[in-house]
Design a binder for this molecule. Structure first.
Ligand SMILES: O=P(O)(O)OC[C@H]1O[C@](O)(COP(=O)(O)O)[C@@H](O)[C@@H]1O
Ligand SMILES: [Mg+2]
Ligand SMILES: [Mg+2]
Length: 333
């Protein structure tokens, strides 16, 4: 069987006019950084990377050592590459323009360096999520406003899943493609062409410990699924919750499902739990490109016009018919 590498895949995309040379090289740099993060994640206690870093991030959350390590790896790998004007990270308060001494490019890179931090110390899958935007005209020293573009303007989005195998999932706006890291060869191999999310599903993902804080439409939607065969849906549903968005979304890309972190009374004041620019937008682009849907319950995620870099939003994404049903319950309420 002929093995196609990520590099070959990206060259093909460039030849077909779906990426620029700069975007191709940018993605290759991200993939190299992801390999380095994967090495650190997989060494775990042997490399002393588990546990707390002893600091808080901009979100006021305690940082794990791996949050800090993954953030540093992504920043260092990308800042001298010449393809970017600036970066923004979930772990860093302000945007980070490319330093003067390095060449600059026309893209902006945003990332959640380590997603699912609460799973690091218990050896459960974690990930990295990234999003690429064009730097607006004339933006050489980007400021926050340059990053505040709706998700529909992303030119690429992807995530890495550090699970039993390390996978890189990518879209440049022409479907969703999956690559598996061959650890011996050190390269990503094209293993999952055109991943799709089935329109219907029998599986949902939500942190049910928040049930008492949910709004009425989500209470209705989830309890109808829990009622199973004898309820209004007339069939049984299964439930899964990894608490690493990357792992939960990857399951949905693989076999369908609906993932929800809705607005609730606990997170209402901050607008939601998940971050728009680093989590919701890239995952929404991937899921839509795979034939699924992504909504806040009230509107399409990719149409939201961001107001803040670290903005949080409610997220309902996955199999299209289920996301539409959950959104309809919001409208009816
Ligand atoms: O612990 P909870 O409330 O179930 O939240 C889990 C969610 O929080 C997140 O861990 C947030 O990601 P970070 O680890 O990047 O902060 C998501 O990956 C996940 O879906
Ligand atoms: Mg995250
Ligand atoms: Mg994170």
């Amino acid at each position: 069987m002929q093995r196609i590498s990520l590099t070959q895949f990206l060259i093909e995309q460039q030849r077909a006019g779906r990426t620029t040379a700069d975007l191709r090289l940018l993605i290759e740099v991200v993939a190299r950084a992801v390999k380095a993060i994967s090495v650190n994640v997989s060494k775990g206690a042997l490399a002393g990377v588990l546990g707390e870093a002893g600091s808080d991030n901009v979100q006021g959350e305690a940082q794990k050592k791996l949050d800090v390590i993954a953030n540093e790896i992504l920043i260092q790998a990308n800042e001298w590459g010449g393809h970017l004007a600036g970066m923004a990270s979930e772990e860093v308060e302000d945007v980070r323009p490319i330093p003067r001494e390095f060449p600059k490019g026309g893209y902006l890179l945003l990332f959640d360096p380590l997603d699912g931090s609460s799973n690091i110390d218990v050896n459960i899958s974690v990930g990295t999520i990234f999003s690429v935007l064009r730097c607006p005209e004339g933006c050489t020293e980007p400021v926050e406003a340059d990053f505040l573009q709706p998700g529909r303007d992303q030119v690429a989005a992807g995530y890495a899943l550090y699970g039993p195998s390390t996978q890189l999932i990518l879209t440049v706006g022409d479907g969703v493609h999956g690559f598996t890291l061959d650890r011996e060869m050190g390269s990503f191999v094209y293993t999952h062409p055109f991943m799709t999310v089935p329109v219907d599903t029998q599986e949902f993902a939500i942190n049910a410990s928040n049930a008492r804080f949910w709004e009425a439409p989500i209470q209705r939607y989830v309890s109808e699924m829990q009622e199973g065969k004898t309820g209004p849906r007339g069939r049984d549903f299964n439930m899964r919750w990894v608490a690493s968005m990357v792992a939960d979304v990857h399951r949905i890309l693989t076999r369908g499902g609906v993932f929800m972190y809705p607005l609730d009374e606990k997170c209402r004041a901050q607008g939601g739990k998940l971050r728009l620019m680093y989590e919701a937008n890239p995952m929404a682009m991937i899921v839509e490109q795979a034939g699924g849907a992504a909504s806040t319950g009230r509107e399409r995620i990719l149409d939201l016009v961001p107001t803040r870099l670290h903005q949080r939003v409610p997220v309902i994404l996955g199999s299209r018919n289920e996301v539409e049903r959950a959104a309809r319950y919001h409208t009816e309420a």
